[in-house]
Design a protein around this ligand. Structure first.
Ligand code: MG
Length: 445
């Protein structure tokens, strides 16, 4: 297993591919990339985080960069604090939804958005060529701050109808996978008048399951929601940028529904005029159908949060994100944010007076199938894409990112993952059988 270095940052297995030397050199590279200034740093709850954080902070300071350490914090909280504190950049130590033996580094620029492809390319070039700035000059300062959760929560409360939500006194079971969302999310829900049952909300305990918030990992949550007769179950990944929903009936409908509900909420309140939803090529068609209801348009980008964020900022998108449960709401920030997603979801429930299962049943109905296949090299990927291109000659195609084959009421998207050594094959259609058939045909090739 090699170290994964990409537009989404760096991920590796701690001590094997993500060694202390790798962490030190990436800190040197980021200091050299920024040249000077202040960096906000936060981390998820992995046991290795504390150690990696101290190496990173010490290295940045030795190169004259000042550091504001916000400690255990969701990725979206760090992104928001970079902007709030007018810092020059940010660093999040997390391997997101990867298992516990992994850790990683995400790099944020001064506007709270991740480095884009060009910027990440520059940083990686500095890392590869070891073209680090020299150590001469004053050591950077260090400051710890402890109000970042409040800043984030207040921002969300300002842009939703918190009063209506409070009146409902929702009962919510929360599975933060004992990750970075554990404490702040309980605080957000309590400030929204919810009674919170923290299923896995202790960041000092290990991950109770794989942190990816997909239905197969949410069995405990589903059971607990039913047992507690709760209104809702919520699940986050380890750095709390992704959010999944469990209905009051204990059903996990899949992470695609999170963004769809947020899109429905924001578009239903939007003023007349140009209305854009921005999302990536692999996200459900539900958004297109919802957008049509409100005379809005969906803009699609390459995979990678920064691609969606930059397009959203440029086109003044109202809402969007990624179908993996990554809601992006510009009024809070140009980044995936499970807490903003929770705010919009509760706002929809309070505003409509409907149960979460009812809100879901009103959404367009599609079946999405997500498969992945191990791949050894990038040559293997391009061979496969060539094969598909030939086999599907004449079919409508989008080749912005891998290949997306587009049919009137279905699509299949094949591409190399940014974060894992796998090829992803995602298909959506009106029936599960049809979606399965679309992926099978590709995998057979
Ligand atoms: Mg994540």
């Amino acid at each position: 297993m090699t170290l994964k270095i990409s537009i989404s940052g760096v991920r590796g297995i701690v001590g094997q591919t993500l060694t202390d030397d790798v962490v030190t050199d990436f800190a040197r590279a980021f200091a050299s990339y920024l040249k000077r200034g202040t960096v906000v740093i936060g981390r998820d709850s992995r046991a290795s985080g504390q150690h990696i954080s101290s190496i990173f902070i010490d290295t940045l300071r030795s190169l004259g960069i000042s550091v504001i350490d916000i400690g255990l914090a969701p990725t979206p909280t760090v992104q928001l604090m970079v902007k709030h504190l007018k810092a020059d950049g940010g660093v999040i130590l997390t391997a997101s939804h990867n298992p516990v033996e992994w850790n990683g580094i995400k790099f944020v620029r001064s506007d709270g958005i991740f480095l884009n492809e060009d910027q990440a390319g520059k940083l990686i070039h500095i890392y590869d060529t070891k073209a680090f700035k020299d150590t001469a000059g004053d050591r950077g300062s260090i400051r710890k701050i402890d109000n970042s959760y409040d800043v984030h929560i207040n921002r969300i409360l300002d842009v939703i109808d918190a009063g209506s939500i409070k009146k409902r006194n929702f009962k919510v079971v929360l599975d933060s996978c004992n990750g970075a969302g554990s404490i702040i999310t309980v605080q957000l829900l309590e400030r929204l008048g919810c009674s919170v049952i923290g299923l896995y909300t202790d960041p000092n305990k290990p991950f109770p399951h794989n942190p990816e918030p997909i239905p197969s990992n949410l069995k405990d949550l589903c059971g607990r929601v039913v047992k507690e007769r709760a209104d809702l179950g919520l699940a986050q990944d380890a750095d709390a940028d992704r959010l999944a929903i469990v209905t009051e009936a204990g059903i996990a409908p899949g992470e695609e529904y999170t963004m769809a509900i947020a899109v429905q909420n924001v578009l239903s309140k939007a003023k007349a005029g140009k209305k854009f939803v921005v999302t990536n090529l692999s996200t459900s068609m539900m958004s297109d159908d919802i957008a049509r209801r409100f005379d809005a348009k969906v803009l699609r980008t390459k995979i990678g949060e920064v691609n969606v964020a930059e397009r959203m900022k440029k086109e003044k998108g109202l809402i969007g994100g990624e179908g993996n449960g990554g809601v992006m709401y510009p009024q809070v920030g140009y980044n995936r944010d499970s807490l903003a997603g929770i705010g919009l979801l509760l706002d929809s429930m309070a505003g409509s007076g409907k149960k979460i299962s009812e809100l879901i049943s009103e959404l367009p109905k599609y079946e999405i199938v997500k498969k992945k296949m191990d791949c050894a090299s990038s040559n293997e990927v391009s061979d496969m894409l060539d094969k598909i291109k030939k086999a599907y000659k004449g079919t409508k195609m989008d080749i912005t990112d891998g290949i997306k084959l587009i049919y009137p009421e279905a699509w299949v998207h094949v591409r190399a993952s940014n974060t894992e050594p796998v090829i992803r094959v995602i298909a959506e259609a009106k029936s599960l059988k049809e979606a399965e058939a679309l992926t099978s045909r590709i995998l057979d090739l």
